[in-house]
Design a protein around this ligand. Structure first.
Ligand SMILES: [Zn+2]
Ligand SMILES: [Zn+2]
Length: 387
């Protein structure tokens, strides 16, 4: 049984929703139009309960099965926000808002979960409750936490939770996931280096914070090569370097900003310790000083082993078992990780066909993937809670 028949019949309708969302991208928590459309549609489908304003602009829909005797509650989550990118796809339904676009496929995620909600409201062929979760601000990596802090899990009694993301590195017709750590923890770091400004022709009278910064950037790379076990993953990327105003002045200070990605809390903590030691030690070696600030709280996305097997089986039923790829973890991050810390579940990648990458101005969600994604959602609910 590949695509669910009723879902195949809804392909055109869901595509139209997706393209409308694509033309009207919204950022962060400011997803009022999108959330409004979600609420209107869930109402029209006959959802048993609809709550908006969960985590600022998040929307939750409750769909009860034909029976609820099992007491089971399954959460299915999509994200709604776009990115501050100028679209370059050239499609007729391209973004109507300059500087904003759906370059991460969240338009597709929202449309597919709406499609699943419509089907589940029509058929109710399960014993339990489905909670559809539409999250704001995934890109800012705080939307999931905002919904959880508003009591998402407890208010709706969610016992297991699933997420899905489009993947332009997997062929259309494939699903991909793995048990255990699948996406990285993400931290932002800022290193403030203070030296002593001086005349560029008289460097001996100052402490050059640019030289300290250069040494620090290089030394940070030894965390991966010399400190962390080579079989464990860690990325330290210095992405912003700020210093100086003139060619003939050694500045007073420099600022380094970047990100740390890890696949375990142990390596994450170890990396933070080494970053402080390296930055402070390097600065003091040259007579300056450094302050390290580490921000952000996006944990590792960890798929539950048993729920991963279950998700693999459901995806295999839709796409054929040979089309469910056991993927290696990737160092991108996803704030769905917070939901997986609260309840067991699994995050899955939906093959979108090989093409421009996520966050690229040429990326566009592939509507041909809609029947696969929607079928996965509905069969996941029906199989987890058989009527
Ligand atoms: Zn993204
Ligand atoms: Zn995304």
């Amino acid at each position: 049984m590949p695509i669910v028949n009723r879902v195949a019949a809804m392909h055109e309708e869901i595509t139209a929703w997706r393209r409308d969302l694509h033309a009207h991208p919204e950022l962060g928590f400011d997803v009022h139009r999108t959330a409004g459309i979600v609420v209107d549609k869930l109402k029209a489908f006959g959802c048993d309960d609809i709550v908006s304003g969960v985590g600022k602009t998040g929307v939750v829909g409750v769909i009860k099965g034909r029976k609820t005797a099992s007491g089971k509650v399954v959460g299915l989550r999509a994200d709604m926000d776009a990115l501050p990118i100028q679209e370059m796809t050239g499609v007729p339904y391209a973004s109507e808002t300059p500087g904003k676009m759906h370059a991460c496929g969240h338009d597709g995620h929202t449309a597919m979960l709406l499609g699943a909600a419509k089907y589940l409201c029509e058929t109710r062929n399960f014993d339990g409750t489905v909670v559809v979760v539409f999250q704001p601000n995934e890109e800012g990596l705080t939307g999931s936490l905002a919904m959880l802090e508003d009591g998402l899990i407890e208010r709706f009694g969610i016992q297991q939770v699933y997420g899905m993301h489009t993947s332009p590195t997997h062929e259309l017709g494939k699903f991909a996931l793995c048990a255990g750590p699948m996406l990285a923890a993400c931290d932002k770091f800022t290193i403030l280096i203070t030296g002593k400004g001086s005349h560029a022709g008289r460097p001996h009278e100052g402490v050059d914070p640019v030289v300290v910064a250069a040494q620090t950037i290089m030394a940070l790379q030894t965390i991966a090569s010399r400190n962390v076990n080579p079989l464990d993953a860690v990325v330290v990327s210095t992405c912003i370097v700020r210093a100086g105003e003139a060619f003939n002045i050694i500045p007073q200070g420099t600022t380094l900003i970047g990100t740390v990605r890890t696949l375990s809390e142990k390596v994450r903590a170890q990396t933070h310790v080494r970053m402080r030691e390296i930055a402070e030690g390097t600065a003091s070696l040259f007579g300056g000083n450094a302050k390290v600030i580490i921000e952000g709280d996006v944990p590792v996305t960890v798929n539950d082993a048993e729920k991963t097997k279950f998700a693999q089986a459901v995806a295999g039923e839709i796409a054929g078992a040979g089309n469910v790829v056991e993927m290696r973890p990737i160092m991108g991050a996803e704030d769905f990780s917070h939901m997986l810390k609260k309840r067991p579940g699994a995050f899955i990648m939906l093959g979108n066909g090989i093409g421009p990458g996520l966050h690229n101005p040429g990326y566009n969600f592939n509507d041909a993937a809609i029947p696969l994604g929607v079928s996965y959602w509905v069969r996941l609910a029906e199989t987890a809670m058989p009527a």
